[in-house]
Design a protein. Structure first.
Length: 347
């Protein structure tokens, strides 16, 4: 079976072609970062309009790269949620229309299931069951993945997501959007011990996160340093290092606690913040200590992409989940509403 997949839940327009025996045949991505940078964040209406412009040309390129004709496509998967509703609707409308025109199934894929199943694209996929740490711009979750499609959320953030904490702190430091990778770049040059930022919830039992206090602490530090005339390059690097250390510390402590509680020997890390080098080093070190193996998607599939939607869509298609003419888009959609998958996701 071969599917075409579309991702348009936020600010990346992406298209992939995936074959269940040959694997990933093509993947295209157009990032809208330049469009949103002047506004310091994603402007939903601009995102939707740009998806409308970009998606169809990306479909043509992906099909050409995959040497695939439309009559060789058995289904079209599109991200139906969660995400920005207008942006989701562009991919849903195109995906639903292509499926209708080609007379094949349309699959309303779950964005977070895509992030969770992305490591199945790698040569050494994770075993099931496993624990998943999903850390993106919109989500911070620890998930018990008993089997593909069986998700129990063990803990999530009460306020800001980890990526949001990176991005908001970066903005306070005057870094361009999206701030996460920029902040990480500065942090690598800084001294993490100079500023100690809060690690909320770490001392409390449970697996919940809270990152909203961090941006207040960072804004106070920036204000104080500015007032003292000492917000120079070295100080900004040190603040960045302190922020990164606080976020990574919090994520690592709770993840290890969840591994302890579940007793699982495998950890999957997904979502954009999974690209963070310090987080990877810290999790690798602590997981090795307790004999746990850590699995990641390749770096380019940590952030939003259509290859992960293709994998999730294929798994759902093979489980018999598909739409005919309906176009589905949901801004909020809990992972726990998904039914179990009837077949292994990468079979
Ligand atoms: O998964 P993703 O592409 O989009 C969402 O579904 O949200 O994640 C984007 C988030 C942004 O907040 C971005 O700043 C963050 O991931 N991010 C990073 C790094 N690369 C991306 N945060 C810290 N360090 C990085 N290297
Ligand atoms: Zn995402």
């Amino acid at each position: 079976m071969r599917i075409l997949a579309l991702e348009s839940s936020c600010d990346e327009s992406a298209v992939a072609v995936y074959d269940d025996s040959a694997g990933l045949l093509a993947h295209e991505i157009y990032s809208q970062i330049d469009l949103h940078r002047v506004y310091g964040g994603v402007v939903p209406e601009l995102a939707s309009r740009d998806h409308v412009r970009r998606l169809l040309p990306l479909v043509r390129t992906a099909l050409a790269d995959a040497k695939t004709r439309p009559d060789q496509i058995d289904g079209v998967a599109y991200t139906a949620g969660p995400g920005l509703i207008g942006a989701l609707l562009t991919g849903a409308a195109l995906g639903g229309s292509l499926a209708y025109a080609w007379g094949v199934a349309a699959v309303a894929a779950h964005h977070l299931e895509g992030h969770l199943l992305a490591p199945l694209l790698e040569p050494v996929p994770p075993p099931f069951p496993h624990l998943a740490l999903l850390v993106s711009g919109g989500h911070t979750m620890l998930i018990d993945v008993a089997a593909p499609g069986q998700y129990v959320v063990l803990g999530e953030t009460r306020d800001d997501a980890a990526g949001e904490a990176f991005d908001k702190s970066a903005k306070l430091l005057g870094l361009p959007y999206p701030g996460g990778p920029e902040l990480a770049r500065l942090a690598a040059l800084g001294n993490a011990a100079r500023f100690t930022f809060p690690r909320p919830m770490v001392d409390r039992a449970g697996l919940e996160f809270s990152f909203s206090g961090l941006k207040t602490a960072v804004s106070l530090a920036v204000r104080d340093q500015t007032a003292a005339g000492t917000l120079d390059e070295a100080t900004r690097n040190d603040i960045a290092a302190g922020v990164q250390a606080a976020i990574v510390d919090t994520l690592a402590v709770k993840t290890m606690r969840a591994l302890e509680e579940t007793g699982y020997g495998a950890l999957v890390v997904g979502g954009g913040v999974g690209a963070n080098r310090l987080l990877r080093e810290r999790l690798a070190k602590e997981a090795a200590r307790r004999g746990t193996k850590v699995f990641y998607p390749r770096i380019e599939f940590c952030t939003d992409n259509a290859a992960m939607i293709a994998v999730a869509g294929m798994a759902r298609l093979k489980s018999g989940v598909h739409e005919t003419a309906a176009i589905r888009a949901r801004a909020t959609w809990s992972l726990t509403e998904l039914g179990p998958l009837a077949v292994p996701a990468n079979s």
